[in-house]
Design a protein around this ligand. Structure first.
Ligand code: AVJ
Length: 312
């Protein structure tokens, strides 16, 4: 067993022995999970990517203007294939004197796709991919003479509970100095039904995405989850802004994971994901709790999503 499989197994067993049972959403993205997430991003009810693209197309000029004639390192946390950022990087490159785009991601292979895409789309762009987790890759960026823009887009911060989100932002802040920026993509509170529909689609794609976590445990950890004995349940609380997803055991059952056994009562739930939504006061709190000051907030035309530009 590789050490990453061992970590996965430990996390799964630890989570399933807790009350309530929990599995981390960070394990959604194996090959199949990443493919299902692409399907989610194409759903009409999953408004997030469209809203963020709207911001990128309408606000990149204004944001880039703040960095005119500067030397800039744009560090994207969890960059993936970077497709959404091509336009922003293009505009930023035109305004700055010297731009390096540093996409950071766990996956080495997605970073190759990323680099190829940027080199194809933006002549003369300097791309410096770094594979691994942030704790290892952020310290590898040594240059302190360039202005840093730390970019964490896509509402990925939403997968952290509020306290964990602040903790993460504080950790990243250790890699920024006065004059640097953090650009954070967050999903905003809105009509509760719009949010619920984004995480509980009638076509069952999000259900398939959630259940894939059990399928992955079967595949990689020798589990025997019966997927038809679990349901997907998503809820949104309009006051806390937490959209939460669960798996529900449809019967009393026992599941094997390698050598281990886990018991489920009928209707027992597994917490799998939080997708936190923010409003302005919550963003102010998040920034001040983690040592930042909000410089400006850029929204899409329908005010569904925001890019929050923060100073250290
Ligand atoms: C990739 C974390 C932004 O929370 O909206 C989509 C993942 N989960 N549908 C989100 C997700 C269910 C997504 N993020």
């Amino acid at each position: 067993m590789t050490s990453s499989t061992q970590t996965f197994l430990n996390d799964v067993l630890l989570g399933l022995r807790q009350t309530p049972k929990t599995l981390s959403s960070k394990y959604f993205y194996d090959e199949e999970g990443s493919r299902i997430f692409q399907e989610i991003m194409d759903m009409a009810s999953y408004y997030l990517p469209q809203a963020e693209l709207d911001i990128i197309h309408s606000q990149s000029q204004a944001i880039a203007e703040l960095f005119r004639d500067k030397s800039v390192d744009l560090i994207e946390l969890g960059a993936g294939d970077g497709r959404k950022m091509v336009h922003f990087v293009k505009i930023l490159q035109a305004k700055t004197t010297d731009l390096t785009y540093l996409p950071l991601d766990i996956s080495e292979s997605i970073l190759q796709v990323n680099r190829r895409l940027f080199e194809q789309e933006i002549p003369g762009v300097r791309v410096h991919p770094l594979a691994g987790d942030f704790f290892h890759t952020l310290p590898e960026i040594k240059d302190r003479t360039h202005t840093r823009i730390m970019l964490f887009a896509g509402s990925n911060i939403g997968n952290f509970r509020k306290e964990k989100a602040a903790e993460f932002l504080r950790f990243v802040r250790e890699h920024l100095q006065s004059g640097d920026f953090f650009l954070l993509g967050v999903d905003l509170k809105k009509h509760p039904r719009t949010i619920r529909n984004a995480y509980d689609d009638a076509g069952g794609i999000t259900k398939k995405f959630n259940l894939n976590l059990l399928k992955r445990i079967n595949r990689e950890l020798g589990g025997d989850f019966d997927l038809s004995a679990f349901d997907h349940y998503a809820t949104y609380h309009p006051i806390t802004g937490a959209s939460e997803s669960f798996l529900v055991s449809l019967k009393k059952q026992s599941v094997n994971i390698g050598e281990e056994q886990v018991q489920f009562e009928k209707d027992e739930i597994i917490q799998t994901e939080i997708s936190q939504k923010y409003d302005l006061p919550m963003l102010e709190n998040l920034a001040s709790d983690s040592g930042y000051v909000i410089d400006s907030i850029y929204k899409d035309s329908k005010e569904r999503f925001a890019w929050v530009l923060m100073n250290v």
